[in-house]
Design a protein around this ligand. Structure first.
Ligand code: P6P
Length: 307
């Protein structure tokens, strides 16, 4: 594995090398069609697993064990804090995001966050994250991540087994694109139903309604966000299991919010930045709004001003 990237932060290079090499292992399995069937197990949040979920989780653990700087690993697929060394950094992972979409050929991927000085669950928060982003297992193997305040895109050359990592210039683009699953809209909070209608309205022909896109694969919807801009939403709903939304705070929402914030975008749970939401448990869920700063401000205003 050849990774032409050096972190601006101390002692992270070995962790990046482990994450990027694990992504190569998972991608190779996916290309072989391995693991693309339901497993008999379920993960810590009770979600059904496909075999590739388990393969991906093991690939990251095996790779991270080789680096002495990783203290704990938190994974969607496992309970609790998994100690692997006395290192200074901890890694939180969704080892295979969008796995059900992978079954039908939609690009899946992995989400990671690297946290400093984390000892207990509440330390895996927006203040202690130092790096965050995701891999996309699509037509190519790609990486989009923030190393501190700098943002990068990586693409893997399968012929030479070399990564080419380049800075992403110019900040977050803008587009009237809304990534949302409207399935639960009848049981969303009233303020969101009104805001959703507003985003899809032509305002008496004076504005273009938002274009709607939904991959049911956060890494794919967030890749579009990084390249084009827009607003990504996974809200809470008044039905069993969605009271706090569906996406997990520590290893999905915080890393993605960190990356988009580094590009000049923003995030909210409806009331405050996702990077400020207190972490009480490792598999805690949160409502998620991530995107262009102006769009996030409109979301918070819509909730605040709703009668
Ligand atoms: P829904 C995939 O299961 C995932 O965790 C994210 O990748 C994705 O954004 C979301 O859930 C899709 O949820 O309810 O549309 O299937």
């Amino acid at each position: 594995m050849s990774l032409n990237f050096k972190s601006q932060l101390q002692n992270l290079d070995g962790i990046y090398a482990a994450l990027f090499s694990a992504a190569e292992v998972i991608y190779a399995e996916l290309k072989k069609g391995a693991g693309l069937k339901f497993a008999t197990s379920s993960n810590e949040s009770g979600d059904d697993q496909i075999e590739l979920d388990v393969i991906a989780d093991e690939a990251f653990f095996d790779a991270l064990k080789s680096d002495g700087n990783v203290r704990y690993v938190v994974s969607e697929e496992r309970p609790g804090l998994n100690k692997i060394s006395d290192g200074r950094y901890s890694v939180a992972l969704d080892p295979l995001d969008g796995s059900k979409s992978a079954l039908v050929g939609i690009p899946s991927g992995a989400i990671f966050g690297i946290f400093e000085n984390a000892e207990v669950a509440r330390d895996f928060n927006g203040k202690n994250i130092v790096s965050g982003g995701f891999f996309v297992f699509g037509m190519n193997l790609e990486a989009y991540f923030a190393d501190g305040d700098k943002v990068y895109k990586g693409i893997f050359n399968q012929d030479t087994s070399e990564w080419k990592v380049l800075p992403i210039e110019g900040g977050l683009p803008t587009a009237d694109v809304l990534a949302i699953n409207g399935q639960n809209q009848m049981v969303w909070d009233g303020w969101l139903q009104a805001h959703y209608a507003d985003l899809l309205s032509t305002h008496n022909g004076t504005a273009k309604p938002h274009n709607m896109r939904w991959y049911a694969s956060m890494v794919s919807d967030m890749k579009r966000m990084v390249l084009q801009g827009g607003l990504f939403v996974y809200p809470r709903a008044n039905i069993k299991g969605y009271e706090e939304g569906k996406l997990r705070l520590v290893y999905e929402a915080i890393p993605m919010s960190f990356l988009i914030a580094a590009m000049g975008g923003s995030s909210t749970d409806g009331d405050q930045s996702i990077l400020k939401v207190p972490v009480e448990s490792l598999h805690q869920k949160t409502p998620v709004f991530i995107g262009e700063k102006s769009k996030i401000e409109r979301v918070e205003a819509a909730k605040r001003n709703h009668a």
